[in-house]
Design a protein around this ligand. Structure first.
Ligand code: HGY
Ligand code: MN
Ligand code: MN
Length: 413
């Protein structure tokens, strides 16, 4: 089947969605259930309706748009990604997998052949950790990996719980109902920008993901008496920002110490309170991100960081609290899904290469629901989570065509 991707329409939709944001174009900020997030969701549901898809939404806002196949009872094939964006991010992360997934379905519809299995486009809620500090909230719930007690510990910056936030966004149902039943999907394929430099450097149009790195995050809170920056003598100070500085360096050193290029770590969030130039810090909150394709090696780095943090807090006589936010296993992608993507690329004359994903994605959790893989398209200079994130219309259209071909293969197997 020769598929036509409407790249002009897709580009226009990407540009339109990029402007539904809390920061000015081309920067995108779209945090879970913000006014812009809700507006973007409504706009997407209209696009799904225009494509004749059957739409449903679960209690946390995961949205499902199904093209019903000839065998409506057969387990569907799914695709999808997220549209939420961390502050001052780019316009392609996640969105390419949602709008690109929609265009893949529309291209198959234009091909005139209804698939045997239904094809379902999923828009996952809160892939980014911005609001509740935990990434992949929607797909974790779908995979049944988020316990009620863990959900109850989550609070947003205003102290709201996940349940409160869902109620205020007029979501219906309970979080427990979001868990997908076993066998609900035959397979899942996510189209996503690479967010790294490898495909561009090797001049390759398509990446086929074989595994997804294991993400972990730790929150550390350091405290001290604070006080007047001018009057408290240096010998009397217990300044948590000094402990924090040592910990941030220890994070970097612990990752480099494994000597593997697959180990990465950073301290992406630093809050200093009260946050006045002439007041000695009273509290410093750090959030640390550690990842590796090897779960055990990642855990070793976590141990080293937590030990260094405790030592630093003792050295400066600071209060010390730590909380492991998450430490997830890596995901292995399914060989037959990888082969379906490779076959689709080959049929299109597009070179592809197998690779790991260093970023996490909803596929990390969908791999616990059904056989899963991902399709990557190049990111200019490997840039992502920045307003200058970029993938060209042609690169995106290639990814959409490969996705459409893979969905067609999987939905008619
Ligand atoms: O952080 C990640 O890997 C993803 O982009 N949320
Ligand atoms: Mn992201
Ligand atoms: Mn993403």
């Amino acid at each position: 089947m020769s598929l036509q991707i409407d790249s002009t329409r897709l580009s226009a939709e990407l540009e339109y969605l990029a402007r539904i944001s809390d920061t000015p174009y081309p920067s995108v900020t779209r945090v879970l259930f913000s006014e812009v997030d809700l507006r973007a969701r409504e706009w997407l549901k209209q696009l799904y309706a225009d494509a004749g898809l059957v739409v449903r939404e679960d209690a946390v806002g995961n949205t499902f748009a199904r093209w019903v196949g000839t065998d409506a009872e057969a387990a569907p094939v799914a695709t999808g990604s997220h549209i939420d964006a961390i502050p001052n991010a780019g316009m392609y992360d996640g969105v390419v997998g949602v709008l690109g997934g929609l265009e893949a379905i529309r291209a198959l519809q234009r091909g005139g052949k209804r698939p045997r299995r239904s094809i379902e486009l999923v828009m996952f809620t809160a892939e980014e950790p911005t609001r509740f500090g935990l990434g992949c909230l929607g797909s974790r719930l779908m995979a049944g990996t988020l316990s009620r007690e863990k959900i109850n510990t989550l609070r947003d910056p205003l102290g709201l719980s996940v349940d409160d936030a869902c109620a205020r966004a007029y979501m219906h149902g309970t979080l427990e109902e979001t868990v997908l039943p076993k066998g609900c999907y035959d397979s899942f394929v996510e189209l996503h920008i690479e967010q790294g430099p490898l495909l561009e450097r090797q001049k390759l149009p398509i990446g086929v993901v074989t595994a997804i790195a294991a993400p972990a995050a730790v929150r550390i809170e350091l405290s001290g008496p604070g006080g007047h920056a001018g009057t408290v003598l240096m010998t009397d100070r217990h300044d948590p920002s000094l402990a924090a500085a040592e910990i941030m360096l220890a994070v970097d050193q612990a990752a480099r110490a494994t000597q593997s290029r697959d180990t990465v770590a950073t301290c992406g969030l630093v809050h200093v309170l009260p946050g006045a130039v002439n007041s000695i810090p009273r509290e410093v909150k750090l959030e640390i991100d550690v990842r590796d394709i090897d779960g055990a090696r990642r855990d070793g780095v976590l141990v080293a960081i937590r030990a260094a943090a405790k030592t630093a807090a003792e050295r400066y006589g600071c209060g010390f609290k730590e909380q492991l936010i998450n430490a997830d296993p890596p995901a292995a992608c399914a060989p037959h899904i990888i082969s379906a993507v490779e076959e689709s690329s080959e049929r299109l004359g597009l070179a592809s290469q197998r690779m790991i994903s260093r970023a996490y994605h909803d596929s990390l959790f969908m791999a616990q629901v059904c056989p899963t893989s991902m399709i990557f398209v190049p990111s200019k200079d490997g840039i992502s989570h920045r307003p200058d994130e970029y993938s060209s219309p042609e690169e995106i259209a290639n990814g959409v065509a490969v996705l459409a071909g893979a969905l067609d293969l999987l939905a008619n197997n």
